[in-house]
Design a protein around this ligand. Structure first.
Ligand code: GUN
Ligand code: ZN
Length: 429
């Protein structure tokens, strides 16, 4: 049995910190015991010590142990075209995103990009993600294979897009269905992997393709639905024209059986109260993508609307429209997005949205999201040393909460000293 122990400050969340102070747990001198890739014990070191029984002990003197970050929405092929200055979503897609994605028909291109992407996720402290590939089956295969080799809990799927897109990145309703089904059979549930049926958005799938996406969901228990919803006003207008019979944008997904408890919708910036309410009733989750929304000028996500409707929400980078793979950098922008709407997100809330809140959004909170015994041991050692300004701010902090807030606002991948995946060291700065 592989056992190892860690001693140092530990922070994690047992619940949404807005529900009460007991949700945020801090052990200033904490102990974490990992056995066979899972958390065996966590608590004050003196309480964990009796269980160590000779397990090798790593001391964390300068840093802080936190759960691994979970990115609820990111496009791995778009790392190649981050920082492309689009006029708006639809222009950015056709000018930059689609051309970049058209290279991914080639398995060598996809494999090299998948390796780079996962190395970078780990370097940024992200241990799990819900990921868009491209419409090419090989792009999803490449990412699954690389994530499997790293034993990461990762969900992806080939993109479905059979209309309004260049030929080089399109499928057909039938090939999209067949290839998705074959990928589900090969990869869903293998190791820590999961499959997401991934229609790009309502504008790039025919009615037949959306119908077949619903069929894939119905036929495969636990498979996710991953798409975009209500990001940009031109997109909303185009959806209205294409689906005059649907009450609104969310209604299109409802019509085809895609609004389920396994569904995760990226953005959700311009939803009506009826749409929010129906999303909550259907048990859907939302990926909040602040760096992307600001970069494309799409709008401001309102977490309060989501919470009122009971819609689970997690943070997401949405690279390549997003401007950083770092969920610390993403917390910084989420804070500002809500500051502009007169809501102040606490340090605990920001970390919640990137850990347990994100795990809940993906319905993986029985496995990841915090460090309670039995969970998979995905965790980070964060420390400020590589950022002199953050280091200086840390030294002047009187509480761990103040340090966490400084990390969220000033931190990035340089603050990730080490990343552990299922108890194994996967990245060291
Ligand atoms: N809507 C449809 N496709 C995309 C995409 O690739 N990125 C973003 N941000 N929105 C989308
Ligand atoms: Zn996206």
């Amino acid at each position: 049995m592989a056992r190892q122990a860690f001693r140092g400050p530990i922070f994690h969340l047992l619940d949404d910190p807005d529900l009460g102070p007991e949700a945020a747990v801090i052990y200033e001198d904490g102990g974490l015991l990992v056995e066979d890739g899972h958390v065996a014990e966590v608590g004050p070191f003196i309480e964990v010590q009796p269980f160590l029984k000779g397990a090798p002990l790593t001391r964390v003197t300068d840093g802080l142990i936190v759960p691994g970050f979970i990115d609820c929405h990111v496009h791995f092929p778009q790392v190649d075209m981050m920082a492309s200055p689009g006029k708006n979503l639809l222009h950015w897609l056709s000018a930059y995103a689609f051309p970049a994605e058209s290279r991914f028909y080639h398995e060598d291109v996809a494999a090299e990009a998948a390796r780079f992407f996962l190395d970078q996720l780990l370097a940024h402290g992200t241990t799990s993600a819900l990921v868009f590939a491209t419409a090419h089956k090989v792009s999803a295969e490449a990412l699954f294979a690389e994530a499997f080799a790293r034993n990461m809990r990762l969900i992806t799927g080939k993109v479905l897009m059979d209309v309004n897109a260049p030929a080089g990145i399109s499928d057909t309703a039938e090939t999209g269905f067949m290839e998705s089904r074959s990928l589900i059979r090969e990869w869903h549930g293998k190791g820590r992997l999961g499959y997401a049926v991934t229609p790009r958005f309502a504008l790039t799938s025919s009615e037949r393709q959306l119908e077949l996406a619903g069929r894939l969901l119905g036929e495969h228990q636990g498979v996710k639905l991953h798409t975009h919803l209500s990001e940009n006003y031109d997109e909303l207008e185009a959806v209205k024209k294409l689906y005059p019979d649907c009450p609104d944008y969310f209604g299109v997904y409802e019509k085809f059986g895609l609004a389920t408890p396994q569904s995760v919708f990226a953005h959700c910036l311009h939803l009506s109260s009826s749409e929010w309410q129906r999303m909550g009733q259907a048990g859907c989750g939302v990926a909040h993508c602040p760096t992307s929304n600001l970069f494309l000028g799409s709008g401001l996500f309102n977490l309060t609307d989501a919470e009122k409707a009971g819609v689970r929400t997690g943070l997401a980078s949405d690279v390549g429209a997003g401007t950083s793979l770092s969920l610390l950098a993403t917390m910084n922008e989420a804070y500002k997005v809500h500051q502009l709407q007169q809501r102040r997100l606490s340090a605990f809330k920001l970390f919640y949205l990137a850990t347990l809140g994100a795990a809940r959004t993906l319905r993986l909170d029985d496995k990841i999201g915090n460090l309670t015994p039995g969970k998979e041991a995905d965790f980070l050692i964060l420390d400020a040393k590589a950022l002199p300004v953050l280091q200086r701010r840390w030294e002047r902090s009187s509480s761990l909460e103040e340090k966490l807030f400084a990390l969220a606002i000033l931190g990035d991948d340089r603050a990730v000293a080490a990343t552990y995946v299922a108890g194994e060291l996967a990245h060291k700065r």
